[in-house]
Write a protein that binds this ligand. Structure first.
Ligand SMILES: [Zn+2]
Length: 169
């Protein structure tokens, strides 16, 4: 029970900190410190965190979802992510060209939504080179582009639509 509680507290801090960090970078970028001068890995991370800011602004209780994931050990158990092509905590696991191919955007949890958006962003806006450490991420984004566009259709049309938020996760 104590471990569970400790994990929950860690998650609250983590989520708060993640959102806080995103906001800080956003503020910095507003002050004309251009995001284009930073590494691709940082841009990908930024877009991931901005997805959580978007979810939060639309009314998602990210902290609560974080606790639920924590209780289900989704941030503790690692699995192979087919879409990212490496091991990652279960909360982030997606397979949009296979297992998850018929899912709507709101059927993914808050972390999976952020992974989908970071892959889409990478495919659309970043250029990666073979020796770059984010090359694999970029290749996956390009490979999955059709699936990503399909899942994100409603989001790209109207990102203010609250029905896009994760349903039951
Ligand atoms: Zn996240």
């Amino acid at each position: 029970m104590l471990t569970l509680l400790k994990n929950a507290i860690k998650l609250i801090n983590y989520n708060f900190f993640a959102t806080f960090k995103s906001l800080m970078i956003f503020i910095i970028s507003q002050k004309k410190i251009c995001l284009s001068s930073v590494a691709d890995s940082l841009k990908i991370w930024f877009i991931h965190e901005m997805t959580h800011v978007w979810q939060y602004q639309l009314g998602l209780k990210n902290w609560w979802h974080g606790i639920v994931h924590g209780c289900k050990l989704d941030y503790s158990i690692e699995e192979f992510s087919k879409d990212l092509q490496h091991n990652k905590e279960r909360a982030y696991n997606t397979d949009i060209s296979g297992r998850d191919s018929s899912k709507n955007f709101n059927e993914f949890n808050m972390e999976q939504q952020a992974v989908i958006i970071e892959l889409w962003f990478d495919a659309m806006y970043l250029q990666s080179y073979p020796n770059n450490k984010t090359a694999k991420h970029h290749i996956q984004g390009i490979k999955l582009q059709g699936y990503l566009m399909n899942i994100l259709q409603k989001f790209l049309k109207n990102p203010k639509d609250k029905s896009l938020l994760p349903e039951n996760h």
